[in-house]
Design a protein around this ligand. Structure first.
Ligand code: NAD
Length: 292
């Protein structure tokens, strides 16, 4: 069993750290928000007064933070206090370039690094069923694997540092496009007089099927626990989708890649957030399609 420092005990990091505690690890945590700290204490996390204090004596230093800037700030703060040869794992969703810069900084100080973003949302974090997509060295991945197995149901080594983040933004660019495509088709179906259940029964078994329909169906009824049945409580919030599509858009521009639909999805989610719906599930775009 390891001593793990866990920095960022929010919606995702909190339950992930709690699952590590349940598996018998010692977890020394830190977050800047009182609410996150209180909840973490209730879940058996040894909450410290600073990130620096949390990393003392830890073999593994885990970060689950809102963005790349904060990941860099936290790493810069804790590096001088990290034990020799510590394993740093960052599961935040950040730019590929930021993950590479973080790895360089950590490795230059004699430690190891993996980028390991996740898919599966808060439900997956709580249930320990996340999917980890990992970038880094194979041996280091092998060392981290038992932790991924506690917090998730799959972990895939995707290539060198940054490749976990690369696959994450590619996946979410597909999801953004799918969620809008499903919304547009369902609204068209409604206006052609189709019952949404009939639409669902056919399309979910046809070539138009996708997670955006079969799990995250944007109309209430066909999938009883999709967010549409619960006032679009996320799920995967528009604000997070917008963040990930912003990362995808930057990567498209950096690599000179044309993606007409990816760019359109990024613009649509930006509009959704600007209209004040950042905290609704990403399937909420169906309401904007109806209004357009
Ligand atoms: P969150 O805002 O709930 O949690 C982030 C936590 O980091 C907060 O509790 C915040 O107080 C804390 N924090 C910020 N600055 C800090 C600092 N300097 N030191 C310590 N703690 C600090 O966000 P989340 O939903 O848990 O997401 C975390 C990451 O996971 C993001 O990068 C997000 O894009 C990614 N992600 C989220 C989901 C999801 O469904 N929520 C799914 C996949 C990936």
């Amino acid at each position: 069993m390891s001593t793990i420092a866990f920095i960022g005990l929010g919606n995702m990091g909190g339950p992930m750290a709690a699952n590590l505690v349940k598996a018998g690890h010692i977890v020394r945590g830190f977050d800047v928000m009182e609410e996150a700290k209180t909840k973490a204490r209730q879940n058996g996390i040894d909450v410290q007064e600073s990130a620096t204090a949390a990393v003392e004596g830890a073999q593994v230093i885990y970060t689950m933070l809102p963005n790349g800037k904060l990941v860099d700030a936290v790493l810069t703060e804790v590096l001088p206090s990290a034990s020799a040869g510590a394993l740093f794992i960052d599961s935040s969703t950040i730019a590929v370039a930021d993950a590479r810069a973080a790895a360089e900084k950590v490795q230059a100080a004699g430690h190891r690094f993996l980028d390991a973003p996740v898919s599966g949302g808060i439900v997956g974090a709580e249930a320990g069923t996340l999917a980890f997509m990992v970038g880094g060295d194979e041996e280091v991945f092998g060392e981290a694997r038992p932790l991924f197995d506690v917090m998730g149901r799959s972990a895939t080594l995707c290539g060198d540092i940054g490749s976990g983040q690369a696959v994450k933004i590619c996946n979410n660019m597909i999801l953004g496009v799918h969620q809008i495509a499903v919304a547009e088709a369902m609204v068209l179906g409604e206006r052609l007089g189709l019952d949404p259940q009939a639409f669902f029964d056919v399309v979910s078994n046809s070539t138009g099927a996708s997670w955006a329909l079969t799990t995250n169906c944007p109309v209430p009824g066909p999938v009883p626990n999709s967010p549409a049945n619960n006032d679009f409580k996320p799920g995967f919030a528009n604000a997070l989708m917008n963040k990930d599509l912003g990362l995808a858009k930057a990567a498209l521009e950096e690599t000179g890649t044309s993606a007409v639909l990816g760019q359109a999805a990024a613009a649509f989610y930006q509009e959704t957030v600007d209209a004040g719906f950042g905290d609704k599930d990403c399937s909420y775009v169906i309401e904007l399609v109806r209004d357009r």
